[in-house]
Design a protein around this ligand. Sequence first.
Ligand code: PEP
Ligand code: MG
Length: 545
Amino acid sequence: MPELHGIGVSPGRAAGAVLHLAPPPSLPARSAVVDAEQERDTVRRAAAAVAAELTRRAEAALDSTAAEVLHAQVLMATDDMLTEAAFAAIEAGSPAPHALSEALAEHRAAFEAAGGYLAERIADLDDLRDRLVAACLGLPMPGIPSPGHPFVLVARDLAPADTAGLDPSVVLGLITAEGGPTSHTAILARTLGIPAVVRCSGVSDIADLTLVVVDGSSGTVAVGLRDDDVRQVNAAEAELRTARAASAGPGQTADGHPVALLANIGSARDLTGDVEGVGLFRTELLYLDRTDPPTEQEQVEAYTAVFAALPGRKVVVRTLDAGADKPLPFLRLAGEPNPALGVRGLRVAHRRPDVLSTQLAAIATAAAATEADVWVMAPMVATASEAAEFTQACRAHGLPTAGVMIEVPAAALRAPAILRDADFLSLGTNDLSQYTFAADRMCGDLAELLDPWQPALIALIAACATAGTQAGKPVGVCGESAADPDFALVLAGLGITSLSMAPRSIPAVRESLAAHTLQECRQIAKAALAADTPEAARAAARRTA
Ligand code: PEP
Ligand code: MG
């Protein structure tokens, strides 16, 4: 059976038929309108087909927000004003796809001028235009296919907008030609527990409906199976997942050394299963796609929903991490030639102190109203003075446990100084890799540099862990590297006190820790730390395990 190779970024195996993510259609060269009535008919048919497809998706949507957006798109697609505007464009000489595109461009301009909520809906209008144009041209609908049966999704890469509402019971596996271990695709796949392989060369040539097995642990894709193989792989995988999910309890090594296994979440909806706590609550979700910041009350509600679900447990809230890979329109930050090195993370608070203070006030109100053990941390801290300023702001808002993320090498080098004020550190290894290796985390071509087994990254993690041990303060890891069951042994051996990851990754890491004593983890860490390349570090760790 032929096999393709890529990088496994979300473990597990899934088998099924391949379907490609269709790209948005381009408008063909404009031709003269010969039969206006025929063009009007094409417009009517396209609107009806798109409305029917969106209605079907709205009915199947898992969450109410996605369903609402889809219903709103149905209303737009069938709006008489849109049809009339398209008919007028046909009268003026535009064929159906161009006429719809022009009619929607008018709506778009009106939405943009209106600002506020309507301006936030522009992406939905653009999506609707792509769908209507595709329907006119007889092309497949752009975006995630909805064939009515489960499938393995293949794409060049996935943008966050492609993946809203992605349903893991329908999308069995993900394969992308591009992307890297810290790309959106990888993070999303791990969050949803979908086996995924990125940077898989040759995947674009697999025909739709070919049967494949995606192995997100080994990074391979087997092509050309029989139905029987598909059933067998999926049954074995389901059995393994059920057995793993049944394993519960706090994270610890075989000899009982605790390493808390915490969840990375973006909202209360991501809390699945019984978790020890939350190690990274990414609060950006509340702010995405907005032209005005969420009000303090909106924030109180969102934070309360998470805290109330975890009475007596730790919840580490990260304050707003805006900029670079997480652009937030409401901040209206000036364009920057190099946003990853610009005003992002905590740096935004210097330009907009109101945004941070409102957020801290909302977190404090929600914490006071619930019984969660609420910790707060800032992203993208570079110096000990920034850390001190942030922890003071937290305490002034009545938030007693304040720490910082270590994502910038300068901060890792100054961990002992930072820990004079901060109560804890949390290592964001996605950004720490990016900044240590000067390698854009979204750039699949640089995946080798972004490998967490790189000796320089391990050395920085070790320095932070040692600083934590000396200060008697916790140091966790909340980047994607924490979800690697083998790397988790290195982290535990270095003295990392908690690992935070997508909830679905926790069982495999728990299993790995439980199979090794702390002493073994220390030896594995020592072997990895002494290696000169990521491959040597992996091999040394495996030999020692
Ligand atoms: C990180 O950088 O490792 C991290 C956890 O933060 P994010 O992925 O949200 O930037
Ligand atoms: Mg980060």
